[in-house]
Design a binder for this molecule. Structure first.
Ligand code: ATP
Ligand code: MG
Length: 383
């Protein structure tokens, strides 16, 4: 069976690695160069997108910012999962908020902005500070402003106006202002839904972001208090979208109440730990779902932490001295802050994970891998 993935980055690469043992052959469409290629070797094929669509058994995507004509072409084949509506919703915060309102899943209070009066309304109704985000085209904290005082309004508005004006008639740009949530922590839920509507959900992941980018995830802590809320939100949203594949939802945990931050209609960085932490990884489950195969086991096998490697030329070999550490390298050219790879660390207990994270700080310095020591200390305290 051949699966065509829109996007040829690390997520396509890891789906390809997960699909191979299932006899699923993956080809990727690089949206930038408009070429069909092998997601692992980068070998470029002489195939056109139309030919690749024709010869694929199923089509999926590794990101949500895909040109509309490409999405339409894929949808018309009736082989595209999770479908155009889900991808569009994940790529537009205004559609995402509408979906949350419709399914009655709680999120941060917000105000849509297309003109200056809406920004003033947001300041009046939501208060300060505000987190302001472009509805389209944002990722990894890009396309965001923090409004803390009234004297920032003019400057921020001029930048917002530029973004709004750069939209096209058939693809308008808008902005959303959200109340800044004083969360205790950020968590996410990853799960899969198959073509028959069966759902399999992974345990909650706790996520640490630095400058808007995920740096560390931990799965396997006791999250009993919020597990049901997260699973309910997942099921409501996945069912509403008639979703097929892996879906990720990021939340703010405010004193035991979850507010949705974002929905990602794809495998997600905060689910990379499942490669070692579960019997069936998020990548394998996404491949299974879109290929029409039964979903795999999402139960926790090992408490696992994932550390992102950002902007580094390689993963220090020393980390492999710590037992139960696996290295995942994406084979990309290094640029400051770019996601280059990740390291998964599995453990028998929370204390064991704290010890292993402590050991890893010998090889992973704080300035390049922030928050590992703090996470190790917190884990010891929570036992
Ligand atoms: P991603 O790479 O996850 O798609 P993104 O660029 O789409 O990131 P968000 O997830 O919306 O952006 O925001 C990035 C981070 O900024 C969040 O993980 C959170 O730490 C912080 N943040 C976003 N919105 C809020 C809010 N309303 N209140 C407090 N913090 C926020
Ligand atoms: Mg996010």
């Amino acid at each position: 069976m051949t699966i065509l993935i829109l996007g040829a980055g690390q997520l396509a690469r890891m789906m390809s690695l997960a699909g191979a043992p299932l006899n699923l052959n993956v080809v990727a469409y690089d949206v930038g160069s408009q070429q069909i290629m092998h997601p692992l070797t980068g070998e470029v094929y002489k195939t056109t997108l139309e030919q690749a669509i024709e010869s694929a058994d199923a089509i999926t995507a590794e990101f949500e910012h895909i040109p509309d004509d490409v999405l339409t072409l894929c949808c018309n084949s009736n082989k595209f999962y999770p479908g155009k509506a889900a991808i569009k919703t994940g790529g537009d915060r205004s559609l995402e908020k509408a979906l949350l309102d419709k399914t009655q899943v709680a999120c941060a209070p917000y105000q849509l902005i297309t003109e200056k009066a809406h920004l003033e309304l947001a300041v009046k109704n939501l208060g300060k500070p505000l987190v302001i985000k472009t509805c389209q085209a944002g990722y990894d904290g890009k396309g965001q402003w923090r409004l803390k005082s009234d004297d920032q309004i003019a400057q921020i508005w001029s930048e917002m106006a530029e973004f709004i004006a750069s939209g096209a008639e058939d693809a308008p740009h808008s902005i959303i202002a959200e109340k800044m949530i004083p969360f205790d922590r950020e968590v996410s839920i990853i799960g899969a839904r198959d073509k028959q509507g069966n759902v399999a959900i992974y345990p909650i992941t706790e996520n640490e972001h630095t400058n808007g980018v995920l740096t560390l995830s931990i799965a396997g802590k006791n999250n009993q208090q919020i597990e049901q809320q997260a699973n309910d939100a997942f099921t409501k949203i996945a069912n509403e979208l008639n979703y097929v594949g892996v879906l990720a939802i990021e939340f703010f945990d405010v004193n035991g109440t979850l507010l949705v931050n974002e929905i990602a209609p794809r495998v997600h960085n905060s689910g990379h730990w499942t490669q070692q932490g579960c019997h069936c990884s998020q990548f394998e489950n996404h491949m299974r779902a879109v290929a029409g195969l039964p979903l795999g086991n999402t139960q926790l096998k090992h408490i696992t932490a994932m550390i992102n490697v950002l902007g580094q030329p390689s993963i220090p070999n020393g980390v492999l001295k710590t037992s139960d550490v696996t290295s995942h390298w994406y084979g990309k050219t290094a640029k400051p802050g770019r996601k280059m790879g990740h390291v998964n660390v599995s453990a028998e207990s929370i204390n064991d994970l704290a010890d292993k994270l402590g050991e890893l700080t010998d090889y992973l310095p704080e300035q390049d891998y922030p928050g590992i020591l703090k996470a190790a200390t917190n884990l010891m305290l929570c036992e």
